[in-house]
Design a protein around this ligand. Sequence first.
Ligand code: HEM
Ligand code: HEM
Length: 192
Amino acid sequence: MLTTDRQQTRASALGRYGPVAIGFHWIMAVLIVVVGVLGLLHDSWPKSTQKFWINIHALIGLLVWFLVMARLWWRITHVPPDLPPDVGEFSRRWSYPVHLLLYLLILVTPILGIVTFIWHGRVFNFGLFQVDFGVRSNRAIFHPTEDIHGYLAYTLLGLASLHALAALWHHFLRRDGVLQRMWPAPRTSREP
Ligand code: HEM
Ligand code: HEM
């Protein structure tokens, strides 16, 4: 990543997120983009492969759901460092509610996906074994939940994009060390 010496020094002088929080953040960011793209593409697959791709979407979505619960537990038991002192009033006021909303969306969106999947009569295929809830397809349930799942997913992807733009703004324009707090540290400057 492009960093100036000034930014690097500032980031290590100020607190940074720990390696576990950083690992959770970047692994989940990639998984959420992948699951979101697979969801957006679900109408574009040929009919013969749709079942396969919806299953892949569901399995990665489930992984995201379990990871966010582990991540929230970690977050509650590990307080993140204070923001750098020269971060402006606007960012200071909004970063926490935006992060909270992101967590909420990551937690709730998969639940609606799971309901849609099961009440569509679909079966989770984990490769080595399958999980079939034996529920008969029920349009009155899966139709509205599919719509809500889609709206929540669009909100999550939209908010995450704004959040990423804000991080780039902090890095390239404000140069206040906010992005480095969440960036994997080079081995030499890693905290003990
Ligand atoms: C954070 C995680 C997730 C994201 C970002 C996400 C995103 C999306 C998106 C963007 C769509 C397309 C909506 C539309 O076309 O209007 C979709 C559809 C769908 N998702 Fe998810 N999803 C997630 C998790 C899950 C999970 C965990 C499941 C099930 C276990 C699931 C099951 C489904 C189903 C069944 C559909 C509708 C596809 C169909 O049957 O026609 N999703 N998802
Ligand atoms: C799907 C994509 C993403 C999601 C869902 C996401 C979610 C989050 C969440 C929930 C936090 C709060 C961490 C905490 O305090 O517990 C966070 C922090 C952060 N994220 Fe992301 N993020 C995403 C992508 C990105 C990208 C692409 C960037 C950089 C370009 C980025 C930069 C940051 C930074 C710098 C922080 C720390 C902010 C601070 O110091 O207060 N994120 N992210």
